[in-house]
Write a protein that binds this ligand. Structure first.
Ligand SMILES: Cc1cc2nc3c(=O)[nH]c(=O)nc-3n(C[C@H](O)[C@H](O)[C@H](O)COP(=O)(O)O)c2cc1C
Length: 166
């Protein structure tokens, strides 16, 4: 489990674009080691104003080669399921050469979370995960696709990483 909040990356402060791999900041080198150690990813993201949160975009922008040639799935959540955030994330990950599997998981706040026992109208209520019909099956399919694709696409296969400007 990689929690962006625990890494507390500042807004991107590297002088050289990540595709050159010339990291100057200690926090970038630490973040690079964390992502580099992963074979594949499940991105869990809320939707903020029809896109992904700034912290997630920032965390992706810090690195380049560490994402490349790896497989990912997207689990989004939001008032309406976070589908627009998931769509944006797919486009962003394509640029860093991450292969995103077709099946995603989408959780809607008022359909897939249980707010029983929470104070009515409390805007800070988080609810408990209570996935609706088809959500668990979608998750299972997504994870199967990630494993299958990862076997086809060996982790760290930089041959698939194109040059900047493609
Ligand atoms: C700044 C902001 C923008 C949001 N924009 C959307 C949105 O565009 N679509 C949506 O479905 N939900 C939106 N929401 C609702 C969040 O997706 C929802 O509250 C989610 O549970 C937030 O996750 P978090 O608590 O992990 O940040 C927004 C929430 C915030 C804070």
């Amino acid at each position: 489990m990689v929690d962006l909040a625990e890494h507390a990356l500042p807004l991107l402060d590297e002088p050289v674009p990540a595709m050159f791999g010339d990291y100057r900041q200690p926090h970038t080198r630490r973040w690079s080691a964390v992502v580099d150690a992963c074979d594949a990813f499940v991105f869990v993201t809320p939707e903020y104003n029809h896109s992904i949160p700034a912290a997630l975009k920032n965390g992706i922008d810090y690195l380049y080669a560490e994402w490349g040639g790896k497989v990912a799935g997207v689990l989004s959540y939001g008032m309406g399921g976070g589908g627009r955030a998931a769509d944006h994330l797919r486009v962003i990950l394509a640029e860093v050469r991450t292969a995103v599997v077709p099946t995603g998981v989408s959780l809607a706040v008022f359909a897939d979370f249980d707010f029983t026992g929470e104070e009515p109208g409390d805007p800070t209520a988080a609810g408990r995960l209570a996935p609706g019909a088809g959500r668990v099956e979608a998750l299972s399919t997504m994870l199967t696709e990630i494993v299958t694709w990862s076997r086809t696409l060996p982790p760290g296969d930089r041959a698939l990483v194109g040059s900047y400007g493609d």
